[in-house]
Design a protein around this ligand. Structure first.
Ligand SMILES: [Mg+2]
Length: 231
């Protein structure tokens, strides 16, 4: 792999920095707003159902999540919610949009070591403005040749990215925490993929089966990537 790769693409959320735990924390505050109406698990199930139904309309990210929280409040309260509950749901989302960036272990060291040896890019889903904000706040943007904020991470989305980078699939390595989004579509188009799991994964990103593929590597941390690519 090492001698073929020219471009290394990093997923951002839960690969470069903490993301999913903020959603879990917000959900815990969200259900508390509606505890007079339904039990916790039912409120969270309603929210999840709303998010999934809205994904094709809103895409991934916090703004869509906020709209789904509001819609869930209105449905659960049958349109009779105290406006204060809706106001609180909006605040919860705004607090998420203002979170500081917490880099994951080893990110800075690994980017520094790979920089100049490979073309480094970010390939992430999410809201355009929010991902730009996070990248700027992270202080990592100078390591990257290109930032691709994608509405989805399917085969055609990766093909578009490779075309833009003028990169052949066998020269492309994707690193990320989601087998569904960061690994499977990249292997399917002939690229290399490294899975670095994170302790918290959104239910929508779960897949059940294990992957066996000559271009696939399962790793514990970003440091293992360095060992594989620079030695
Ligand atoms: Mg991720």
């Amino acid at each position: 792999m090492k001698n073929k790769i020219k471009v290394i693409a990093f997923d951002a959320d839960d690969t470069l920095w903490v993301n999913e735990p903020y959603f879990r924390e917000t959900e815990e505050q969200f259900w508390g707003l509606l505890e007079d109406y339904l039990p916790r698990h039912s409120i969270l199930a309603e929210l999840y159902k709303t998010e999934i139904a809205n994904l094709p309309l809103y895409g991934y990210g916090i703004k869509g999540f906020m709209l789904s929280m509001i819609e869930t409040v209105l449905r659960i309260t049958e349109g009779k919610a105290n406006p204060e509950i809706i106001n609180r749901a909006i605040q919860l989302g705004q607090e998420m949009l203002n979170k500081p960036i917490e880099l994951l272990d080893g990110v800075e060291e690994v980017l520094k070591a790979l920089h100049g040896k490979y073309k480094l890019v970010v390939a992430t889903k999410g809201d355009l403005l929010d991902q730009q904000r996070k990248l700027t706040k992270s202080g990592l943007d100078h390591y990257f040749h290109h930032i691709e904020i994608m509405s989805n991470k399917q085969e055609k989305d990766y093909q578009k990215l490779l075309k833009h980078l003028d990169c052949r699939p066998e020269e492309f390595l994707m690193l990320g925490n989601s087998l569904k989004s960061d690994v499977l579509p990249v292997l399917a188009i002939g690229g290399y993929a490294v899975h670095i799991p994170y302790h918290t994964t959104w239910a929508h990103e779960h897949i059940e089966h294990t992957i066996e593929h000559p271009n696939f590597y399962q790793m514990e941390s970003l440091f293992d990537v360095l060992k594989k690519l620079i030695s």
